[in-house]
Design a protein around this ligand. Structure first.
Ligand code: CP
Length: 308
């Protein structure tokens, strides 16, 4: 039985296979509509979510399966003090696979160690968000036709933004990736990622504060929200929340084929005027999230078209 806890749980070859399956699903969705008949997905969300939870549910429904779950810790027995370990042992009796989001880093890994069903990390604290990374990779591959030979700007809250951490872990495995890390100094990528991931893989990167200065260098601009829920001090959040606002004037400095990605939700960091720019890919990205989660569910449940 396999789980997805970290973006590194799949090798590059396995990722290629999963992304190819997701591409085929996007082109032929009807072909897959009965693949998971009789299977159940549990969504165990101890933290708020729109995209991840609902795209997982849409993915399982699109595959002919069904869904159950909870959308907040308050509406589960966590509110009475039940541990994640006990919860997953019980959910293993009710469902065939589960997606878990939790504010505590490592909670889905603990769950996986006690689980009788595959566990998917749907975001753990400020740590990792591997299915967002699958979504990001599918979006880049579909729209750029490649995953290597690119300069990628990561902008905003690079300290607490788990989507950024997972994306860096994954992209360093591809050829000739360069990163431009754009953040205020208080929200820089944690040292452990710079040392253990970027330096370890010999990946070229630079840290800057000014977005305009580097716009023209980027093939991908990955914007992120300042993660209010992870700040200890509201004043710090207020000081940094509008540090970056991508607007149409800044977009004029970018390459004609640069893509703007954002895991969403957006707060103020991308002006709504940018939505009409053909380079704005963040709503397409949300759609790709359904296809890649369909491919992931099929992969972890080891179901294929041949079994229908
Ligand atoms: N991208 C993402 O994780 O969005 P949600 O928080 O809405 O799930």
């Amino acid at each position: 039985m396999r789980h997805l806890i970290s973006p590194l749980d799949f090798s590059v070859e396995e990722l290629d296979k999963l992304l190819s399956l997701a591409k085929d699903i996007s082109e032929n969705p009807k072909k897959y509509s009965k693949c998971c008949e009789g299977k159940k997905l549990a969504t165990l969300f101890y933290e708020p979510s729109t995209r991840t939870r609902l795209s997982f549910e849409a993915a399982m429904l699109n595959l002919g399966g069904s869904v159950l779950g909870f959308s907040s810790a308050d509406s589960s027995s966590a509110a009475k003090g039940e541990s994640v370990s006990d919860t997953i042992r019980v959910i293993s009796c009710y469902a065939d696979i589960c997606a878990m989001r939790h504010p505590k880093e490592g909670a889905p890994m603990v769950a996986a160690s006690k689980s009788g069903i595959p566990v998917i990390n749907a975001g753990d604290g400020g740590h990792q968000h591997p299915t967002q990374t699958l979504t990001d990779l599918l979006t880049i591959k579909a729209l750029k036709g490649k995953l290597g030979n690119m300069t990628i700007g990561l902008c905003g809250d690079l300290k607490f933004g788990r989507t950024v951490h997972s994306l860096i872990h994954s992209l360093v495995r591809y050829e000739n990736i360069k990163f431009v890390l754009i953040s205020p100094k208080e929200l820089r990528v944690p040292d452990y990622i710079k040392e253990d991931v970027l330096d370890e893989h010999g990946v070229e990167y630079k840290e800057v504060e000014n977005l305009e200065d580097v716009m023209g260098e980027l093939d991908i601009l990955y914007m992120t929200r300042v993660q209010r829920e992870r700040f200890f001090n509201e004043d710090d959040y207020i000081r940094m929340k509008d540090f970056y606002i991508l607007d149409t004037a800044k977009m004029q400095l970018a390459k004609d084929d640069m893509l703007v990605l954002h895991p969403l939700p957006r707060v103020n960091e991308i002006s709504v005027d940018v939505d009409d720019d053909p380079r704005a890919a963040y709503f397409k990205q949300a759609q790709y999230g359904v296809y890649v989660r369909m491919a992931l569910i099929m992969t972890l449940l080891e179901v294929s078209l041949d079994e229908q």
